[in-house]
Design a binder for this molecule. Structure first.
Ligand code: SIN
Length: 497
């Protein structure tokens, strides 16, 4: 199915967005973008290379002095206008998300609101970049601080939230007074480019936001953003492996960094939990975007007293899911992004089965009547153990592996036995236990009796190899600011008579 956009001019093909203009790649090359539900061609996009990315960096550098000189209130109005335009064009943005990412239309609509909210939120933060006055230890000195924009920022975003991951970075960057070069995901460029087009209509000045599209040249463009001395801050959402590489590359220019990397979220259900709430939370957390989010439950630990009942009732709910093309009514779950993702999920399932796990639901590829090789059946595995790949690696797919545990101390130890620490979930009716476990989990975010924790107002980010820095919330803007200390000497003289 090919969606009809209300405003077809939002579909930008074969050009990237630099200095307020739509421009083909210097090489003239393009790459194909395909609908993951059908694998049919959606269109082609400019295959940018380092020359194109350098042009974007230069445009962002030239736009910086006048943009940072604007008042916070002026920048706030621009972001607010951009938010309004996203909401006015929500149907088209959602259609683009479903088309190129595959998530069901209702989820895509939810993502548009989530994404636009970052512009609204940071439009409200922009005028509030307060500094401090600081009582100094040197008599006669007076000290105050100014929050300044860090400068030109490189932003690299993933395909799983084609709208929200980019607005979560651009919103605070612009609120702080920075200008940006965004490397948008090759799998899902059209949503980002539609948002770029709306920036023109919102009156964002030329060069303040620049969008680079590339598929094959992604490593080269990423390297330029990480090494260019003109880029003062790099914000990246993606895998831990790529994050480590970018961190090494960025060390040459000692850039400010924030990284939101992979997770392997433990989801813990205690015997005293409300089982209906825990099942609803697990369904939402595990199967959101067909399991393709960094905060999806990956290891579901269920205490032995309710394990069997939880497994039976949870599996019965998962069996009700309907996979298919996200544009069709009644579809609860779409495809995975590409065949490689399906192969990885399949490997995790086969590995678990070969080590003794039992597949209660799913466990195979699904053709959804479309047979493009990008679907995997929502799956529940029981009898999971720590030696299985799923226990140590993020599956990023619709597979729920249920691990049995006996005690609180044991499950916390097993949950923390991971190199990463993004999200964790706890289900219990005991307030003291909730505090104990939430405090003991080595993660950046804990959901208690809920499977959905993402909210514009809440700080988003991880610990350990899940990265550092926080997005959204009152903290998000700080990632794009530096604090300048101003010390005034000779201020302690007596009043003149
Ligand atoms: C992510 O998967 O990286 C983001 C998920 C979210 O914002 O909820």
């Amino acid at each position: 199915m090919v969606p009809m956009l209300k405003d077809p001019t939002l579909l930008k093909q074969n050009a990237f967005f630099v200095n307020g203009e739509w421009t083909p790649a210097k090489s003239g090359k393009t790459f194909e973008v395909r609908d993951p539900a059908t694998t049919k061609l959606i269109g082609t996009s400019a295959e940018c290379d380092v020359d194109d990315a350098q042009a974007a960096i230069t445009a962002a550098e030239e736009a910086l002095p006048s943009f940072r000189a604007k008042t916070g209130r002026e920048r706030s109005k621009l972001l607010r206008k951009w938010y309004d335009l996203m909401m006015e064009n929500a149907d088209d943005l959602a259609a683009l998300i479903t088309w190129e990412n595959g998530k069901p239309l209702a989820d895509a609509r939810g993502e548009v609101t989530y994404a636009a909210n970052f512009f609204e939120w940071f439009s409200e933060e922009a005028p509030r970049a307060y500094g401090d006055t600081i009582p100094t230890s040197v008599p006669g000195n007076r000290v105050f601080t100014i929050r300044e924009p860090v400068g030109v920022c490189g932003l690299i975003t993933p395909w799983n939230f084609p709208a929200a991951m980019i607005t979560r970075k651009i919103g605070p960057a612009l609120a702080a007074g920075c200008t940006v070069v965004c490397k948008v995901p090759g799998e899902t460029p059209y949503t980002s480019l539609a948002i770029a087009e709306l920036s023109v209509r919102a009156g964002i000045p030329k060069g303040v936001v620049n969008f680079i599209t590339t598929l094959d040249n992604t490593p080269r463009v990423g390297e330029l953003l990480a090494t260019s001395p003109s880029i003062k801050k790099l914000s990246f959402t993606g895998s831990t492996a790529v994050g480590k590489l970018l961190m090494k590359l960025a060390s040459g220019t000692v850039k400010k960094l924030s990284f939101e990397l992979g997770g392997n979220a433990p989801f813990i259900v205690f015997d005293d939990a409300d089982i209906d709430v825990a099942i609803a939370g697990a369904l939402a957390s595990k199967f959101r975007s067909s399991g393709q989010t960094c905060v999806c439950a990956n290891r579901l630990y269920v205490q032995e007293g309710i394990y069997d009942e939880f497994a039976r009732r949870f599996a019965a709910e998962v069996e009700k899911f309907t996979i298919g093309n996200g544009f069709e009514d009644g579809i609860t779950h779409g495809p995975l992004i590409h065949e490689r993702a399906v192969s990885k999920v399949e490997e995790h399932v086969r590995d678990a089965q070969s080590k003794g796990a039992v597949c209660v639901v799913g466990g195979t590829r699904g053709d959804a009547g479309l047979a493009p090789g990008t679907f995997f059946m929502p799956t529940v595995l029981t009898g999971m153990s720590a030696d299985m790949t799923l226990a140590t690696e993020e599956t990023f797919g619709p597979v729920a592996g249920l691990f049995k545990f006996a005690t609180e101390a044991e499950v916390v130890r097993r949950a923390n036995d991971a190199e990463v620490g993004l999200a964790g979930y706890v289900f219990s009716a005991d307030a003291a236990r909730i505090y104990r476990v939430a405090e003991a989990l080595e993660v950046g975010m804990v959901g208690v009796n809920t499977g959905i924790i993402s909210d514009t107002a809440s700080p988003f980010g991880g610990v350990k190899e899940s990265g550092f820095g926080r997005e959204g919330s009152k903290y998000g803007i700080e990632e794009f600011q530096t604090i300048k200390t101003v010390t005034l000497g000779g201020m302690g003289k007596p009043l003149q008579s």
